[in-house]
Design a binder for this molecule. Structure first.
Ligand code: GAL
Length: 961
């Protein structure tokens, strides 16, 4: 008796990569062989199981008129059929490899097509049907004939179909299963989204067409010469007009060339001509090597300023169009990013064309992750089980063969978080054998058995520094290798903090060759009721919430403050110094290029307003060089006030990725200190008979000492505030062993502090209110005194707090909050224009800024503390002018911190009325990156210590609105 019936769907659970497909080869667009895109409108029938119905639908003549319609490329789960599932590393099905659940959503896709007029005679040459990406397993028929089946979702698969084609009425049928044995190899941290999500193309293959070819284009930096050889399965000639090259395939030639690098992406247009076809080539000459323990390109060590990029679009998921890919590349270039790890699978091939063209170093990663096996101590891990090795090798070869002709690809990555095992070694060996011109990366094996670099993720600053100093130990092999942080700076919610501190390390130790922020974009799904949806919003049984929203871009590709900060931290030019000696230090931090693409300017600013501006002439500095450049003498007779130099480096001319005047780098050199507001304490508190005390413009409730107005501007709820709506980094990841302050704060009750009134005292020139601020059930608290004075026009508040009891945690924030009846426009002199915190403040420039209350909000997909502007000298909003002594951090929003804290999606944030809640903070706790990495460095913790700080309030000239 058999317990398991063999069915026609056995291939779904077969560990083999598939059958029937052609061997992998380079991806290219022919100059003359026609092709037909089969993207567009298809028919879809979704079934709950893999074998729901027979395969008769694939036969010509089948009537699919009643089926739904679906856009290909696309995911059915984003087109109203079924729904997405988000898990980080847990398999959303029982782990019993290679078996998958009986409930296996299966989409039958059907499309009828005609050949275009230009299509040659069917007897001439053949044709190939190419799928660029189908998740997770597909079985294909053309005109009723089965072509085969395949797995490997983000890899191309081609079938020879010439003999089956007809001029009209071709029926292409594709059965796509959500789950397959391949799903065990694709446990990446992202939405599970089945479908034909990349292009489907029919390619004519003329007789004598080029089949596969390998462009070898190296660069000898000593000779300034490039060597070109194109190996081709079908012999032909290779021409590069710009270099006067005309050689046979297989033949080498060496000529003087400009090399390719991410900074100077010189490409030479060439052509491969075989008897049956012409193929355009875009050749970049460059040599990648491991030498002296360093990753070198063209003889020089490189520093990766990278990001991890998943493919994502909030409506179309991983079905990206060319415009979106281009937008990603332009955004990267405009934010000084020079490297991409294609986490965790080869991207759409057109993305790599863009990287070649615009200049980005690429770590091309294989479509492989088996992270869920960590739950069982990596038992049964497919990468350590020979039965799976053919599937792994298939994946490695499909990646390498497809992408081998891209100069931007400098490193192959075996995959992500797949433990260790012989399968990985087999992949690395195969890759090295096929392509010795690139290096191999894999993070998951601390012995570095199969790799050319030591790679880690989320190591803290101290560990990175130890590695930089070569004090980290490890195997002999590892100690000789360069280091990359393939993931760091988890960009979930507000943050990441500590970027500048990492970058200082990378720039200090040669062995540290840079890092890749996790990650590029939030994978939020556009949702009518929620703004952007995340894990759990589709009723998933298992999910990881908003851990899927951890990018430098919001889902709609608006840059987050994290990206603005990263841009500043990784500037290719360092600008800084001390105005004491009248110079500014300019450092060319690039690896190859000089500064000729940039124009430098200076501005001399007083109280944030430019007084004089001019051109700064900077000597030609080669990569790595610095100079102290003389600033002009400060303008004579200008206004008095706080002065500083702002120096900018902008694009001197339009480039392919940004227009002339785009700011690439900047720095500020302070000349004088912020001016401290002074208020002579001359006014006397006066008690009215209506229960009111007045002091200058201040109106107070005599019983409680509460401020009720400044002049004619009503104010309410002014009191000490230590709470912030915890950020994802405050809350930390569940597995974090370290202190997770978000939880500790809540456990202590810092989100529900009580304010006990101890005394309201009037002195000759002061009104003093004594309080104790503390949570229920705890002995700890903050003895807090508010002392008010005035000169009759302006009202000064000095807040003193003294911690009492056993404070073992830092404070989330320390300052006051108050409510204004209404406010809209906001002007300030201080840090801006964007949000900044103690360890995310590199991009905050001191100046005059203006905004609105609504624009001050940063739309983190899961609402949390956001929008603070730091180093504020003064601010005006809601009819008030507020000056700080010392400078303060400003937040203004149309909801309370408690509402912000309770919100789970942006759509939960609805103003109740016109009230604006304002926080004036003496300080806030740092941000860090503990949603996956380390928390804030100790110096950014806001320790509970005695503190005193002041604000001066006055009615803004011009009224109360
Ligand atoms: C890493 C993993 C990424 C992502 C990240 C956290 O461990 O490689 O895919 O899960 O953590 O967002």
């Amino acid at each position: 008796m058999s317990f398991r019936t063999h069915t026609v769907t056995d291939y779904v659970e077969d560990v083999s990569p598939g059958s029937g497909a052609l061997p992998p080869r380079a991806w290219y667009a022919s100059s003359d062989a026609p092709s037909l895109s089969l993207n567009g409108n298809w028919r879809l029938r979704l079934s709950p199981t893999a074998d729901a119905e027979d395969d008769s639908f694939a036969a010509p003549g089948y009537d699919a008129g009643a089926w739904a319609r679906i856009q290909v490329p696309g995911h059915w789960g984003l087109q109203g059929h079924g729904s997405p599932i988000y898990t980080n590393h847990l398999y959303p099905f029982p782990v019993d490899p290679p078996r998958v659940p009986t409930e296996n959503p299966t989409g039958d896709h059907l499309r009828v097509f005609e050949l275009p007029e230009v299509w040659p005679d069917l007897a001439e040459g053949g044709a190939v049907l190419r799928f660029d990406g189908v998740e997770s397993c597909a079985r294909v028929w053309l005109n009723g004939t089965e072509l085969g089946e395949f797995k490997g979702s983000r890899l191309p698969h081609e079938f020879a179909v010439g003999q089956l084609l007809k001029r009209t009425g071709n029926v292409l049928a594709v059965r796509v299963h959500q789950w397959s044995a391949g799903s065990y190899l694709e446990d990446q941290d992202q939405w599970w989204l089945p479908g034909i999500f990349r292009d489907v193309t029919l390619l004519h293959r003329p007789a004598g067409a080029a089949l596969d070819f390998f462009v070898h284009a190296s660069y000898d930096h000593l000779a300034g010469a490039g060597t070109l050889r194109v190996d081709s399965d079908v012999a032909g000639r290779v021409t590069v007009a710009g270099l006067g090259i005309d050689i046979a395939t297989g033949e080498s030639v060496t000529v003087p060339v400009e090399p390719w690098s991410a900074e100077t992406p010189t490409l030479y247009d060439g052509e491969l001509t075989t008897e049956g076809e012409r193929v355009p080539l875009r050749i970049g000459f460059r040599t990648v090597e491991l030498s002296d323990g360093l990753i070198k390109v063209n003889g020089r060590p490189v520093l990766f300023k990278g990001v991890n990029r998943h493919e994502w679009h909030p409506e179309r998921g991983r079905a990206l169009d060319l415009a979106t890919m281009r937008e990603d590349v332009l955004l990267m270039k405009r934010h000084n990013i020079n490297a991409v790890r294609t986490s965790h699978y080869p991207p759409h091939p057109a993305f790599l064309d863009l990287c070649d063209e615009f200049g980005l170093w690429v770590i091309d990663e294989c479509d492989l992750e088996t992270h869920g096996f960590t739950e069982q101590g990596w038992r049964d891990n497919p990468v350590d089980d020979d039965r799976w090795t053919p599937a792994l090798l298939d994946r490695a070869s499909r990646m390498v063969e497809r992408d081998k002709n891209h100069p931007s690809v400098v490193i192959w990555s075996l995959g992500n978080e797949a433990g260790t095992g012989r399968g990985l070694t087999a992949m690395a060996r195969w890759i090295k054998g096929r392509d010795s011109s690139r290096l191999v990366h894999y993070e998951g094996d601390p012995t570095c058995r199969d790799t050319d670099m030591y790679s880690r993720m989320y190591a803290d600053h101290a560990e990175v520094e130890r590695i930089g100093r070569e004090l980290d130990g490890g195997s002999l092999k590892r100690r000789r290798l360069p280091f990359v942080l393939c993931e760091f700076a988890h960009a979930m919610g507000n943050g990441p903090g500590g970027l500048a501190d990492y970058q200082r390390l990378f720039e200090s130790y040669g062995r540290l060759q840079g890092a890749f922020v996790w990650e590029w974009i939030d994978h939020g799904i556009a949702h009518p009721g929620l703004g952007f949806a995340y894990g759990g919003d589709f009723g998933e049984e298992l999910h990881d919430g908003n851990f899927v929203c951890d990018g430098l871009l919001f889902p709609d590709r608006r840059p987050s403050p994290g990206l603005v900060e990263y841009k500043k931290v990784i500037e290719p030019v360092g600008i800084g110094g001390d105005a004491g000696d009248g110079t500014v230090r300019i450092t060319n931090k690039q690896d190859f290029a000089g500064l000729s693409a940039l124009a430098f300017s200076w501005a001399y600013e007083v109280d944030g307003e430019p007084v004089e501006t001019g051109v700064l002439s900077v000597p030609a500095l080669a990569a790595g060089e610095s100079a102290d450049v003389k600033l002009p003498p400060p303008p004579a007779g200008g206004p008095a006030g706080e002065a500083r130099w702002t120096v900018r480096a902008v694009l001197a001319t339009d480039t392919a990725w940004a227009p002339k005047d785009h700011v690439v780098a900047w720095g500020q050199v302070p000349v004088s200190e912020p001016r401290v507001p002074t208020v002579a304490a001359t006014a006397r508190p006066a008690a009215g008979d209506d229960g009111v005390i007045t002091l200058g413009p201040g109106v107070f409730d005599a019983r409680t000492g509460a401020l009720t107005a400044v002049g004619d501007v009503p104010v309410s709820g002014l009191r000490l505030d230590v709470w912030r709506a915890t950020t994802d980094n405050d809350d930390g990841a569940p597995w974090q062993p370290d202190l997770r302050y978000g939880l500790l704060w809540r456990r202590l009750g810092l989100h529900r502090m009580r304010h006990r009134l101890d005394a309201v005292e009037t002195g000759e020139h002061t009104l003093t209110v004594r309080t104790r601020v503390a949570p229920a059930a705890r002995e700890l608290g903050l003895a807090t005194v508010y002392r008010w004075t005035s000169d009759g026009e302006r009202l000064r508040l000095t807040v003193s707090t003294v911690p009492e009891g056993d404070w073992t945690v830092p404070l989330p924030r320390l300052g006051i909050r108050l409510a204004l009846a209404a406010a809209d426009g906001v002007r300030w002199f201080g840090g801006g224009p964007g949000e900044a915190y103690a360890d995310t403040r590199a991009a905050s420039a001191v100046g005059r800024w203006q905004s609105t209350v609504d624009e001050l909000q940063t739309p983190y997909v899961r609402p949390q503390e956001n929008g603070a502007r730091i180093d504020v000298r003064w601010a005006e909003l809601g009819g008030l002018r507020i000056e700080g002594d010392p400078v303060f951090s400003l937040t203004a929003r149309r909801w309370t911190t408690e509402q912000l804290d309770a919100a789970t999606h942006l759509t939960d944030l609805v103003p109740a009325d016109s009230t604006v809640w304002v926080n004036l903070d003496h300080a806030q706790h740092g941000i860090g990156s503990q949603s996956c990495g380390p928390g804030p460095l100790p110096r950014y913790r806001l320790q509970a210590e005695p503190a005193e700080f002041s604000f001066v309030f006055s009615v803004r000239p011009g009224g109360s609105a």
